[in-house]
Design a protein around this ligand. Structure first.
Ligand code: GDP
Ligand code: MG
Length: 337
């Protein structure tokens, strides 16, 4: 296969112009994360090996992880943040992935349409089809809307053809135990030291509870680092079918904030099925919210309520089972009628 590398480079240069100064660099990598081509300083110069070396060390593990977790290898588009950079991954045909690296302060939303369009063009170049390296201005273009819609669809992470996984998100204040809860459920472990994670980690877990006849697959999105929330809220919350609202029973403020989390999530994903979890019940002495209060607020919001400890593992499986049941009721049973 001979790739038109000149055209590829011209396309990347257009891309650079479209994105502006927030762009650190853009790479085309294969499924293993090996760099096929990258943006050079200008069309004449060759690629800056140092930058490519540095970022591909970051890209590779993320990419292998994304492709491994989604067994079909198909993930559409995805984002990932580190403290220094923001990554956008877009599939560019079956072989390649287009990786955009932005400065940490950049917003992803305005870049998405360009990244998506560029990835499509890259796929065409790889296919040997004719394609113009020119990237039109998309902002006021009616095309942009179309593309955005496509992206929304793609964010429903495809797991295996013909199968469907529900996107599950978590809401609740920082340090209430969201990440611990997920790790407890996914790996059945509990990490003692609190490390505020970075980026969005995405885990896949199939729920095969004996009592439930159908298996329910969840793709769990865990927002790492609470401060990331405002920045990524839209793509994080969008298209979520299931969610867990978590508060810490020893932290009254986190309980009072549940209503806000509920509103925020419902605004973006109105059809989401939610449950309410009061976590850290192992800390009996420090309890600041009574079970009855949890029940009452859950009733008011029309949710089921369960109390858990990510530390001891108490009720963790049952919490996810409650959600799995909601999914079955909503999607499987109603479909048969
Ligand atoms: P997140 O910010 O909501 O994701 O919270 P984390 O999962 O990172 O947890 C914050 C802190 O609370 C960590 O130190 C955890 O070890 C601790 N933690 C989480 N769940 C529990 C629990 O059920 N019991 C106790 N005692 N500590 C917990
Ligand atoms: Mg967390």
């Amino acid at each position: 296969m001979s790739i038109d590398t000149k055209k590829l480079q011209a396309l990347l240069q257009w891309y650079k112009q479209s994105i502006g100064e927030n762009l650190v660099t853009a790479l085309i990598v294969n499924r293993e994360g090996l760099v096929i081509d990258a943006l050079s300083k200008n069309a004449e110069e060759s690629v800056d090996e140092e930058i490519v070396g540095g970022v591909s060390a970051l890209v590779e593990p993320v990419l292998t992880r994304i492709t491994k977790e989604f067994s079909s290898g198909s993930f559409g588009t995805g984002t990932f943040d580190t403290e220094e950079y923001r990554f956008i991954f877009c599939e560019a045909g079956p072989e390649a992935v287009f990786v955009t690296i932005l400065k940490a302060i950049a917003g992803v939303d305005p870049v998405f349409p360009y990244a998506y369009l560029t990835a499509e063009k890259i796929a065409r170049i790889f296919d040997g089809r004719t394609v113009s390296p020119v990237i039109p201005k998309l902002i006021s273009d009616s095309n942009a809307e179309n593309i955005e819609r496509k992206i929304e669809k793609l964010q429903k992470v495809k797991v295996q053809s013909g199968e469907y996984a529900f996107k599950l998100i978590l809401g609740g204040d920082g340090a209430v135990g969201k990440t611990s809860l997920v790790h407890r459920f996914v790996e059945n472990t509990f990490a003692k030291d609190y490390k505020s994670t970075i980026g969005t980690s995405i885990m896949k877990k199939e729920c095969n509870f004996k009592e439930l006849e159908s298996a329910v697959r969840f793709v769990i999105w865990d927002l790492a680092g609470q401060s990331q929330f405002q920045r990524v809220r839209k793509s994080y919350l969008a298209n979520a079918e299931a969610g867990i609202l978590v508060y810490d029973v020893t932290n009254r403020k986190s309980f009072e904030n549940i209503k806000n989390w509920h509103n925020e999530i419902k605004k973006v994903s109105p059809n989401i099925s939610l449950i309410l979890v009061g976590n850290k019940i192992d800390l009996k002495e420090d309890r600041a919210v009574k079970s009855q209060e949890g029940n009452t607020i859950a009733d008011n919001l029309g949710l089921s309520y369960i109390e858990t400890s990510a530390k001891t593992g108490e009720n963790i499986n049952d919490a996810f089972k409650m959600l799995a049941l909601l999914m079955i009721k909503k999607y499987f049973i109603t479909e048969e009628v």
